[in-house]
Design a binder for this molecule. Sequence first.
Ligand code: FE
Length: 388
Amino acid sequence: MQRFTLPRDLYYGEGSLEFLKQLKGKKAVIVVGGGSMKKFGFLDKAVAYLKEAGIETSLIENVEPDPSVETVLKGAEAMRAFEPDWIISMGGGSPIDAAKAMWVFYEYPETKFEDITKPFSLPELRQKAKFLAIPSTSGTATEVTAFSVITDYKTEIKYPLADFNITPDVAILDPSLAETMPDSLTAYTGMDALTHAIEAYVSTAASSFSDPLALEAIELVVKELPASYEKDKKARELMHYAQCMAGMAFSNALLGIVHSMAHKTGAVFHIPHGCANAIYLPYVIEFNKKVCLERYAKIASRLGLEGENSEALTESLCALIRDMDKSLNIPLTLKDYGISEEEFKNKVALISERALEDACTGSNPRPISKDEMIKLFECIYYGKKVEF
Ligand code: FE
């Protein structure tokens, strides 16, 4: 038996934040990050709309990027004191991910963090509150996924929490929130979304339900990301939807080793998640194509790329991704990103071993050994074609 889970409701379009006026409930806690939602006036609007709905609000502010276990436990404690029946999180991936984890400890205070890191083992949520997410970036799609990434700074390990219990109940995709994204964030989060969709499409857990969402998301990102990067309003709106569709696909179909590698190099090389994905993606396609050439060729055909056979079509797909990287000012190799050769050589064994153990490695279409992972990282560092 397999399962496909999505939020019950999506509200989308300009002004959809106003849905909050119709929310049914008594008390809502609002979880936000460093201040951009406040600065741009969206937090005040949300509070006012909820007031109109007769809902009392309380704020949990200043969730840091890559939220910590401590932030999560502190937030859960605040929730227990306030007793909300709605948890609303607004902003980038970090506050929404943190709020998802807070939700677990709000409902089950006796639980230990170690207990919830085992995938698909969470106790039944929604005993005390439901969850509503409002993303302000167009990439992580955490507003529709079963995932949350929390960092344990003592062990320097990022824990991906995975369970359909933390898939939000409602997501509001109001494009005006995403209009505030700075250029580099638009580029990185957009390429993250493209990676989600491509990895979901070739994943071992891909299905007839996730495939159409992944393909449509790929087409939309390829078409709209360049204009979104140039601040075109309509393109930003469509990117906001495209990344959400990619999220619906990968929340159910899972990801692959582009993400394993990005997760484990993020902290070591201080490289933003979406930027790492954008660099690694074409190399991983070259590696994976031995077992799923037809799938990549299908993506290329859908995009109308040139190529007389599956091999040539897949090469066109890699070339397209590299062209997108260039136009978004993303480097094509780890060397060009600015990692010194010495640092790379010192750390390649460690990051390869960690990437191998990442939760995303299991659903990659082609199994990979540690030696192959090291070789793959070497290709990415020096910009060599992957031929093994
Ligand atoms: Fe991602």
